[in-house]
Design a protein around this ligand. Structure first.
Ligand code: FAD
Ligand code: SF4
Length: 509
């Protein structure tokens, strides 16, 4: 007799998922479902869909090998109802049970769908993270302002990572002053590890090609790992070849090197093939064994036990309404260049082109190119949220939404970020090799060739002067604007207006 159906979602592919841990293979049935609704509620990048489907199929086989009974719905199964709720109802009927055991989904939309089911659904907290919801909420409760750095220190104390007793290794919590070097041609370019698709992945690639032909992004070549063994190989490759320079190259952007020393581990972490703690322990061991400097290892660990945990805490604490926030009142439609329409701005062309081809762009491309442009141009944050959720291989709402709405767009009014990430072209010029081959001139503040980031930056400062003047990290910008000659201010605003009008008209600006 079947006692319960155990739901395993496409981003819960781990034996440590709470529902699996609480279930019994002798009498419970695992339900896994490839459904159209999940592939299309946002127009996900084909590589993202392929990664998840291939990894689901392999995880299902692994579970069967461990003695689990798995009711697996393939996307092209004619009986597939094509939604998670529909498949749970169908399986409940098939196995004659009303009891569902689930690990809490990473998105309010799906949590709601499970809660709305006319079945007996038990949702267990997803404890594949370092901080529980209760822990984060207790931490947040005591503070007027949430700042990642303080939360991160608590996570260091909790995990013991890079700690000597109650003191941080090296006598400092944060070594960022040694990190984030400006772009330079001699930055080393470790070879990215490429996985050749096996039979399971090849079958999935053909399916994705047939079923989602109009989604933005190239499906092939597809070089991601789709099982735990591959993810572990990717981790090992990163620790050996890229971690030592992770800090130095963290913020640089080079045209011929999309990955630099980034880890490319986020998709594996986010779908459950790797755990955050094992990744951090591997990085710490590299330092202990003398293979990676402290600044790189500390910077990397901070991203995972600091930022990754912090944004998750905020997403769940703030509730389903978070994605609708728009503190700056921005309403511009998403410009077509985000979907690959031609643009003369080389930085955007590079970041979007890379996103189309690889379903990947690193943090600074997401934050300071596509993100900052959206912020300066006043794009509706909800549109940007939908775009980021769709186009990146690692995008799941619990991590994507706070990064986009909070960090990049200041749409939560400063709950997550201490200042809006607004910058002129000078930042991109320092951190990349994009500007040298751009149609615009990064040194021009006004005039026919002026870099649009320069125009839009001051337009943004002027539009939001009231708010920015009160911000300790942005107030100086407002004072600089106020000191500019009125004729220069008028020219900047006029040219910014003209640029935005051409952008709205769909011109290849
Ligand atoms: P690395 O640079 O090698 O960093 C190591 C790991 O740290 C990452 O794998 C990731 O797990 C973690 N990490 C680093 N920064 C963050 C962060 N800000 N928040 C959470 N985790 C972080 N990350 C996602 O996983 N999914 C998203 O949908 C996503 N959307 C983003 C949108 C915007 C606008 C911005 C600014 C950032 C976003 N990030 C997102 C965070 C970050 O850009 C990616 O985690 C990172 O680029 C993934 O590539 P990597 O594995 O090579 O990362
Ligand atoms: Fe981007 Fe301006 Fe540099 Fe061109 S000049 S690449 S638009 S920052």
């Amino acid at each position: 007799m079947v006692t319960r159906l155990v739901l395993v979602l496409g981003d819960q592919l781990s034996n440590d998922a709470a529902a699996l841990k609480a279930a019994d293979p002798a009498c419970d049935v695992v339900v896994m479902a490839e459904v159209r609704a999940e592939g299309t509620y946002a127009p996900h990048h084909p590589q993202k869909i392929a990664l998840i489907l291939s990894a689901m199929r392999k995880f299902a086989s692994q579970l069967e090998g461990q003695g689990w009974r798995v009711a697996y719905s393939r996307l092209d199964d004619p009986e597939n109802s094509q939604s998670i709720s529909g498949e749970l109802l169908r399986r409940a009927d098939q196995f004659g049970t009303t009891k569902i055991l689930a690990t809490r989904p990473g998105e309010w939309r799906l949590i709601q769908a499970l809660e709305d089911l006319p079945l007996d659904v038990e949702i267990r907290e997803d404890n594949r993270f370092i901080a529980s919801h209760a822990e984060f909420d207790a931490w947040a409760e005591e503070r007027k302002q949430f700042r990642m750095e303080w939360f991160y220190r608590d996570m260091r104390r909790k995990t013991g990572l890079l700690m000597e007793g109650d003191q941080p290794t090296g006598g400092q919590w944060n070594f960022d002053h040694d990190n984030r070097k400006a772009a330079s041609a001699d930055m080393l370019r470790p070879k990215a590890l490429r996985f050749e698709p096996d039979a399971v992945t090849l079958e999935v690639l053909a399916l994705v090609e047939a079923e989602f032909p109009n989604h933005f992004g190239r499906l092939r070549p597809f070089h991601w790992a789709t099982d735990r063994a591959g993810a572990l190989q990717a981790l090992d490759h990163f620790i050996t070849h890229s971690l030592p320079r992770f800090g130095d190259e963290q913020d640089a952007m080079l045209m011929d090197t999309p990955f630099l020393s980034h880890s490319l581990l986020s998709p594996y972490l986010n779908i459950g093939l790797l755990s955050p703690l094992e990744v951090c322990h591997a990085a710490e061991a590299a330092h202990t064994e003398g293979n990676a400097p402290l600044n790189a290892v500390e910077g990397f660990i901070r991203q995972i036990i600091g930022w990754r945990e912090f944004v998750r805490g905020i997403y769940f604490r703030e509730g389903p309404g978070y994605t609708a926030r728009n503190a700056l009142g921005h309403t511009r439609a998403l410009p077509p260049l985000y979907w690959g329409a031609k643009t003369q701005m080389n930085c955007l062309s590079q970041a979007v082109g890379q996103t189309r081809d690889l379903a990947y762009a690193h943090h600074i491309q997401r934050l300071m190119v596509t993100g900052t442009f959206g912020l300066l141009a006043g794009v509706d944050p909800a549109h940007l949220h939908e775009w980021y959720l769709a186009v990146y291989i690692d995008a799941f709402e619990w991590v994507e939404a706070p990064n986009v709405l909070g960090m990049s767009q200041f749409a939560d009014g400063g709950l997550l970020a201490s200042k809006p990430y607004a910058a002129s072209g000078a930042y991109i010029n320092r951190m990349s090799d994009y500007c040298g081959s751009c149609a615009y001139k990064v040194g021009d503040k006004v005039g026919p060739n002026a870099c649009p980031f320069n125009l839009l930056f001051w337009d943004f400062v002027q539009r939001h002067a009231g708010l920015l003047a009160k911000n300790p990290r942005m107030g100086q910008m407002v004072r600089t604007w106020d000191k500019m000659k009125p004729a220069h201010q008028a020219q900047v605003l006029e040219e910014a207006k003209g640029f935005l009008a051409r952008l709205d008209a769909g011109e290849a600006v």
